[in-house]
Design a protein around this ligand. Structure first.
Ligand code: R5P
Length: 295
């Protein structure tokens, strides 16, 4: 029987339970504590009888703690008798630093994926990693799930729908979602200052008048991209603006920024710790992940 070991905190525990329910697996909740100096402690309180084990642990904020916890869990599972251990990390930290944008920088995602391999994981299942080809740095089977079509299947949008990506590089996401919704798609033109992080949107003419717009993006971090896009679209006559995202990190004052933008609702997968807001709704992707397990 497949065993799901839940990482601590939100949303790892809920996701592990949802995946266990989907595959009919056994759910184990480890014992956690933190030493006075900040180091993590974990113990799996049951013997694993040569079972195939999946650790379910988001690598979302606080990323560095999440990463260490994931690595400790791999060794704990193998030491408790697991035959092998895979990691279900619905959010993979450091995935946006996938090249040396400026001289002297590290390729952070390469370092992270190699560290997870060394910790003992032979499989990584993640959701919408920033660049799927970076998974080649993981030494084992790696699977990158796209949540958008699954999420759209749980929703009901009304009106004349137009799906938009915030930039040309992400248009494939918009194309796939538009095809699932039988709608049109297009892209906006975004620029980000590599040093300040400031986002600007070019005033590209979009046939937005009277439309229900669905902005699709992998990550909302500071909220700058979606807030600016929403304002631009309302100026161009959009009737309603929604966002569908895989990872709602919502750092700093992102939620306040988005609440003030006029966006109607943000639908996010439950891949990182959840926040509360009238404009935010989470969709459980446990069943989507469960169906992808190699058991
Ligand atoms: C960038 O390449 C990503 O696809 C997102 O558009 C970006 O991470 C969003 O960041 P923010 O919410 O800070 O604008």
């Amino acid at each position: 029987m497949v065993v799901l070991v839940a990482g601590p905190g939100d949303p790892s525990r809920e996701l592990a339970s949802s995946i266990a329910e989907t595959v009919g697996g056994r759910l184990i909740i480890p014992v956690w504590k933190r030493f006075p100096d900040g180091e993590h402690y974990v113990r799996i309180p049951e013997q694993l009888n040569s079972d195939r084990v999946y650790v379910v642990q988001t690598l979302g904020p606080p990323q560095n703690d999440s990463l260490v916890q994931a690595m400790l869990l791999a060794d704990a599972a193998l030491g408790s008798g697991a035959s092998s251990v895979g990691l279900i990390a619905p959010y993979t930290a450091y995935s946006r630093q996938d090249k040396r944008f400026l001289p002297g920088e590290p390729i952070s995602i390469k370092v992270v994926l190699r560290a997870l391999s060394s910790a003992g994981y032979d499989e990584l299942i993640t959701v919408e990693i920033h660049k799927p080809n970076t998974l080649d740095w993981f030494q084992g089977r790696a699977l990158n799930l796209s949540p958008y079509e699954y999420m759209a299947g749980k929703l009901d949008f009304e009106g004349d729908i137009l799906v938009l990506s915030p930039d040309l590089g992400a248009i494939e996401r918009a194309r796939r979602l538009a095809s699932a919704l039988d709608a049109d798609y297009d892209y906006l033109v975004k620029h980000r200052d590599r040093v300040t992080g400031e986002v600007t949107m070019e005033p590209k003419e979009i046939p937005a008048r009277g439309k229900t717009i669905i902005l699709v993006d992998d990550i909302i971090s500071t909220g700058g991209t979606i807030a600016r896009a929403t304002r631009l679209l309302f100026r161009q006559g959009a009737r309603k603006v929604y966002a569908l995202v895989a990872h709602a990190l919502l750092v700093g004052n992102a939620l306040e920024k988005l609440e003030g933008s006029g966006i109607l609702r943000i639908y996010a997968a439950n891949t990182v710790a959840r926040r509360k807001s009238a404009i935010l709704e989470y969709i459980d992707i446990g069943p989507l992940i469960g169906r992808s397990l190699s058991v």
